[in-house]
Design a protein around this ligand. Structure first.
Ligand SMILES: C[S@@+](CC[C@H](N)C(=O)[O-])C[C@H]1O[C@@H](n2cnc3c(N)ncnc32)[C@H](O)[C@@H]1O
Length: 224
């Protein structure tokens, strides 16, 4: 795969009115990576399932999606997006146990984001408190739980962005790459340039985090 992609920031499936879906992953991005890294029949994990984008795209491509989601409302939507409710578990990836999901062949996911100066804990849906360093510890812990339910050689794609707010940059993508590299082999990043699609841009040519591009960090679970 090329290390640069240009995609329209658009969704081809709708959510019910009133549901805040601003930061849902565009289907086309998931499609690109699942087509590249998986085969029909493979099991695909999304430990931050959100509205079920990865799981729905996996099913559309004849793969089987398994997910974990912390937020009860999003869980409901994710379950509606797949043919079997039991494949989306309500819980925290930090507690992920191998009994929750079968061994998976690939992981495509996007974790909750945090700005360096924020004090709310994204891993508790911004309810509790956290520092940025604690957040990065949790990122590493989450992916070590993910690693435990993957086949050796499985590819892991983490969709993240740096964040620019009020002139301050949080190098989230690079910090996540660094911490996940402690548990999985880092293969490199694919830069995703976003063009405004039917959802429009989010002001000043950005797609939501102060930039017009994001990163898909790609990793492999070592075979030995
Ligand atoms: C960036 S969003 C994922 C969006 C998703 N790709 C989609 O298209 O809907 C991150 C998700 O992680 C969930 N989350 C936050 N903390 C979690 C945790 N500890 N375990 C599992 N999911 C969590 C959030 O509720 C949110 O839905």
């Amino acid at each position: 795969m090329k290390s640069f992609l240009a995609l329209e920031y658009a969704h081809d499936t709708a959510l019910p009115d009133g549901v805040d879906s601003e930061f849902r992953t565009p289907n086309a991005l998931v499609e690109r990576f699942l087509a590249e890294y998986t085969d029909p029949g493979d099991r695909v994990l999304d430990p931050f399932a959100g509205f079920g984008t990865t799981l729905a795209v996996a099913e559309r491509l004849d793969r089987t999606g398994y997910g974990i989601e912390y937020d009860a409302d999003r869980l409901r939507h994710a379950r509606e997006a797949v043919s079997d409710d039991d494949r989306v578990r309500h819980g925290s990836v930090l507690d992920l146990d191998p009994s929750w999901v079968p061994t998976c062949d690939c992981c495509f996911t996007s974790p909750p984001f945090m700005e360096r100066t924020d004090t709310r804990n994204p891993f508790e849906n911004y309810a509790g408190e956290s520092t940025y360093d604690d957040y990065l510890d949790d990122v590493e812990r989450a992916f070590s739980r993910v690693e435990s339910v993957l086949v050796p050689g499985a590819r892991v794609v983490v969709d993240v962005s740096n964040m620019k707010h009020d002139g301050r940059v949080t190098t989230l993508a690079w910090d996540v790459a660094d911490r996940v590299s402690n548990v999985l082999h880092f293969d490199g990043e694919v830069v995703v340039g976003w063009t405004a699609g039917e959802d429009g841009d989010h002001g000043e040519g950005t797609f939501g985090y102060g930039y017009d591009h994001s990163y898909c960090l790609t990793f492999t679970k070592p075979t030995a």
